[in-house]
Design a protein around this ligand. Structure first.
Ligand code: AMP
Ligand code: GLY
Length: 418
């Protein structure tokens, strides 16, 4: 079986590695891939990123299954391009991908189907949005409607900040068209959780919960990033939270997708906020999380390909994922300066001595050596019988790996560890 994975992050490296564990998988192509996917035996990087080129490549190379990774490609309709060529694909068609690609549409969908979420208003007119802010409570959250690489959410402490944010989005057009429509919503406090799930058009099968750490600095301070580390399962997701999630979020989402005719085979990633009032849905992503995937897959005992095939073939109700006991911890090692500007081309050493899985995110191979090529460079993932053990195992390996100006958070999943 030949599989095409698209993307170039640690998530894709983890997916490629897990897929290659199935003996039926004879070849994985990763487009464009990175130094990690290139070094996996059985995987070949393909220098393509355009959806139509990828669909043509898949057809020409008799690909049996495509796994598109990133939201921009899904919103651009990559799943539709694969389907036109008859290639089975794990990913939503364009209409459903808009649940991630348009925050206004997602909020209207949540409201229509009674999914628990923050109170909100959608605005396309600057003056109306400004008027709404005059009487609103603070803090308040402003969100660009379209994709903004995780940067389009602005949390504002008071009216002055909110007006600044509104100007940035709608007048300054900091995110271009993405800010022509905006969501203004109630600020929620609590702890966040990520739940990834597979969907086959009828059944939504949740995977183990995870906890992302989005800020660059310890104590959740500093600017937002794509994610600096993850633990799985999320200690805050207990049975009560799962019950609330299932009845107030998962089930009405399933019903809504069905009613709207938005059924697809793919991933639904629920971004949640948990507080004393219950479990709220902050957002949908229609793809695997990065680095959630790396931490969650490290605890998956079942065969990943089998779950993906069950999604694509509409028989998720017949499979049940098996999980290892214990916990996992994923620490991201980044280039100093990220999420702002940073230098590239630094030689990476110490990976060979690691006991943990080390997934490559922003690094490329040159003459058999790895050199940094991105902001988030490496993901070190360890498991343990307890969260504390997983953390200790992970940080022991993190400290053995080095490159010039590397940075990482020492408090992924708990207090600062050296
Ligand atoms: P989103 O892309 O909608 O998940 O937002 C990105 C991040 O902004 C979330 O992970 C939260 O940390 C934060 N956020 C989004 N919406 C809210 C909200 N209503 N209240 C508090 N924080 C929020
Ligand atoms: N780690 C958050 C995301 O993948 O969106």
């Amino acid at each position: 079986m030949k599989i095409l994975v698209t993307g170039s992050g640690g998530r894709e490296h983890a997916l490629v590695k897990k897929l290659l564990q199935n003996p039926d998988v004879t070849k994985v192509y990763c487009a464009p891939g990175n130094g990690g996917t290139e070094s996996e035996e059985g995987c070949e990087n393909v220098p393509l990123t355009d959806p139509q080129d990828l669909a043509d490549f898949a057809a020409a190379n008799q690909i049996d299954m495509a796994l598109p990774g990133s939201e921009d490609m899904l919103v651009a309709g990559i799943a539709d391009r694969f389907k036109e060529k008859g290639i089975p694909v794990l990913g939503p068609h364009r209409a459903a991908a808009l649940l991630e690609g348009s925050k206004c549409m997602a909020k209207d969908f949540m409201k229509k189907y009674g999914i628990k979420t923050a109170a909100y208003g959608n605005f396309t007119d600057y003056d109306e949005a400004r008027e709404y802010l005059e009487t609103a409570g603070f803090p308040i959250v402003l969100k660009a409607d379209g994709l903004a690489a995780g940067k389009g959410v602005l949390i504002c402490a008071d009216l002055a900040e909110a007006v600044d944010a509104l100007d940035t989005l709608m007048k300054g057009r900091a995110f271009g068209d993405a800010g022509d429509s905006i969501v203004i919503e109630e600020f929620l406090t609590g702890v966040e959780a990520s739940i990834l799930s597979f969907y086959d058009g009828k059944t939504i099968m949740p995977l183990l919960s995870a906890k992302d750490h989005k800020k660059i600095l310890e104590g959740e301070t500093g600017p937002n990033t794509g994610g600096m580390g993850v633990i799985s399962p999320n200690p805050h997701v207990d049975e009560r939270v799962m019950d609330l999630f299932n009845t107030e979020i998962l089930e009405p989402t399933r019903r809504g997708l069905d009613k709207e005719g938005l059924n697809f085979a793919g991933v639904i990633f629920f971004g949640l906020m948990i507080n004393e009032k219950g479990v709220y849905l902050l957002e949908y992503n229609l793809r695997m999380g990065d680095p959630e995937t790396q931490a969650v897959l490290s605890l998956l005992d079942s065969d990943l390909l089998e779950l993906i095939q069950a999604s694509i073939e509409g028989r998720l109700d017949t499979v049940q994922p098996e999980w290892k006991s214990g916990s996992s911890c994923c620490v991201v090692i980044a280039s100093g300066g990220y999420p702002g500007s940073y230098e590239k081309g630094k030689k990476i050493t110490g990976i060979g001595s690691s006991q943990s899985d080390v997934f490559i995110a922003g690094a490329k191979l040159e003459n058999g050596e790895l050199y940094t090529s991105g902001g988030r460079v490496l993901n070190v993932v360890a498991t343990g019988a307890t969260l504390e053990e997983a953390r200790r195992n992970c940080y022991a390996d993190v400290s053995r790996i080095s490159f010039e100006n590397s940075v990482y958070r020492k408090d992924i999943g708990g207090p600062v560890l050296d």
